[in-house]
Design a protein around this ligand. Structure first.
Ligand SMILES: [Zn+2]
Length: 108
């Protein structure tokens, strides 16, 4: 037996809303998220990583309507930014080491 999280009314487990106070139950919440197709997933993160601008746009469009999918899309976008930052750091270190060698082209 489960009880309403807000008012403690006894629920039989398949009501979408508490008959006493109207709060959506866990069952109602789960079926609502499934019916809206807002499941997110690794595919959305991968899309945000491979095509970061799409990940960012999806987040802005869906952040209210499909928050789970929007969050996963943004996660891919953030992963891309981290990857890009890492790549730039590696490139700069590589460039500095080459420039350092050019300063002494003839050696001793
Ligand atoms: Zn209630």
């Amino acid at each position: 037996m489960i009880y309403c999280q807000r008012c403690g009314h006894e629920l039989d487990g398949h009501e979408k809303y508490c008959p006493s106070c109207g709060k959506p139950t866990e069952y109602g919440f789960n079926s609502a998220t499934k019916s809206s197709g807002d499941e997110g997933g690794f595919g959305w993160s991968l899309l945000g990583f491979c095509v970061p601008i799409v990940g960012l746009v999806l987040y802005l469009v869906w952040k209210d309507e499909r928050p789970v999918t929007a969050r996963d899309s943004l996660r891919g976008f953030i992963a891309y930014l981290i990857f890009l930052g890492f790549a730039i750091v590696v490139y700069v270190i590589f460039a500095i080491s080459i420039l350092g060698n050019l300063n002494y082209p003839y050696g001793p």
